[in-house]
Design a protein around this ligand. Structure first.
Ligand SMILES: Cc1cc2nc3c(=O)[nH]c(=O)nc-3n(C[C@H](O)[C@H](O)[C@H](O)COP(=O)(O)O)c2cc1C
Length: 326
């Protein structure tokens, strides 16, 4: 096999890295910048389908724009078509990425229907055939993001991890839930730990699942023995999780003034990216996330749902600044 793994290779991420996951529909450059302001150092663009990259007529795929200020950026591909994967990887070589990742964990039906994401992950031989193209055609370090494959038995997960390492994966992120669980339920720390043992420093294993605060972060690190972790929903509307994890002792609840200023800046950057009409539409889900669990009246959420232009946005910010109840 190509790219047979060596022991103690140079890892992509430093020890203790906290990596922002690719999140479809979220991790655009405006979202990523909101994270960098809070200390995030490693982020991914939104996942891109290999075929959409093949058929893209523009010089740069709109979802793969990298800002000059971005010190580290990963790209994640999803798909199972071998020819399209090969072409997509070759096209990507004209971009500038720090890692190219294969998605083997996405559970949504639209993706599963094409035998991609988590569905592909379950078909270990086929998944490895797709990943072998990464080693062959990508000039960037390669990685994969998987789920555990069977709740009762670690064997298939280990088999997939071993195959990926053999094909040159420099990092493997493991979401400790099976496909059927989607995003809920307990994270299986033990299976991730078994994968760390198997990898034995030939590949960096990154733990993912349920990191919502420092306590959950400390728990997943301790129980999986992973040094590097990937944060996902914990950063939605909460870029502050990056400062919390870095400096748990000094971390304080975000003031209303800071939240208002940060929402304003994030949405301004969304508008810059998508224009006013689409930008304000997209802003609604972002604003909902910022408000979640922070003690704002439900009427603030209702107002966020109606934001369609600058006037609405200013009205929302003004109202929200006066309607935090705890
Ligand atoms: C809205 C949303 C979009 C996601 N998009 C992706 C994606 O594009 N690629 C990917 O590998 N995982 C994706 N995920 C999964 C997350 O990266 C992560 O594995 C999962 O949410 C578990 O981590 P958490 O419990 O910390 O949220 C997505 C999750 C959510 C909620």
């Amino acid at each position: 096999m190509a790219n047979s793994a060596e022991k103690n290779i140079e890892f992509i991420y430093p020890d203790n890295a906290v990596i922002m996951a690719p999140l479809s529909g979220f991790t655009d450059i405006a979202f990523r910048r909101s994270l960098y302001r809070q200390g995030c150092e490693f982020a991914f663009c939104e996942m891109v389908d290999v075929s959409s990259l093949v058929y893209c007529k523009e010089k740069i795929h709109p979802m793969l724009i990298r800002g000059e200020d971005e010190k580290f950026l990963g790209c994640q591909l999803v798909g199972s078509d071998l020819e399209h994967t090969k072409i997509a990887l070759e096209k990507l070589n004209d971009y500038n990425f720090d890692v190219v990742d294969l998605n083997l964990g996405c559970p949504v039906p639209k993706v599963a229907k094409k035998c991609a994401g988590a569905e592909l992950g379950r078909k270990i031989d086929q998944a490895l055939e797709v990943f072998s193209l990464f080693g062959k055609y990508s000039k960037f370090p390669i990685s994969a993001k998987i789920r555990i494959l069977n709740k009762e038995d670690v064997t298939p997960t280990l088999q997939l991890v071993a195959g990926l390492i053999e094909l040159g994966a420099r990092a493997i992120t493991i979401h400790g839930r099976v496909k059927e669980a989607y995003y809920s339920g307990d994270v299986d720390f033990e299976q991730i730990r078994e994968c760390v043992k198997l990898a034995d420093n030939r590949c960096q294993i990154i733990a993912n699942g349920g990191i919502m605060n420092y306590q959950k972060y400390a728990e997943i690190r301790e129980k999986t023995s992973c040094k590097a972790v990937m944060v996902a929903r914990g950063a939605m509307g909460n870029p502050y999780i990056f400062s919390e994890l870095k400096n748990p002792q000094e971390f304080q609840e975000i003031t209303t003034e800071q939240l208002i200023a940060d929402m304003r800046q994030h949405i301004e950057e969304l508008i810059e990216l998508y224009g006013e009409e689409s930008g304000f539409k997209i802003s609604r889900k972002i604003l909902h996330d910022y408000l979640k669990g922070r003690g704002f009246r439900s009427s603030c959420r209702a107002l966020a749902s109606q934001v369609a232009n600058r006037n609405d946005f200013e009205e929302f910010l003004d109202y929200t600044s006066k309607n935090r109840v705890i």
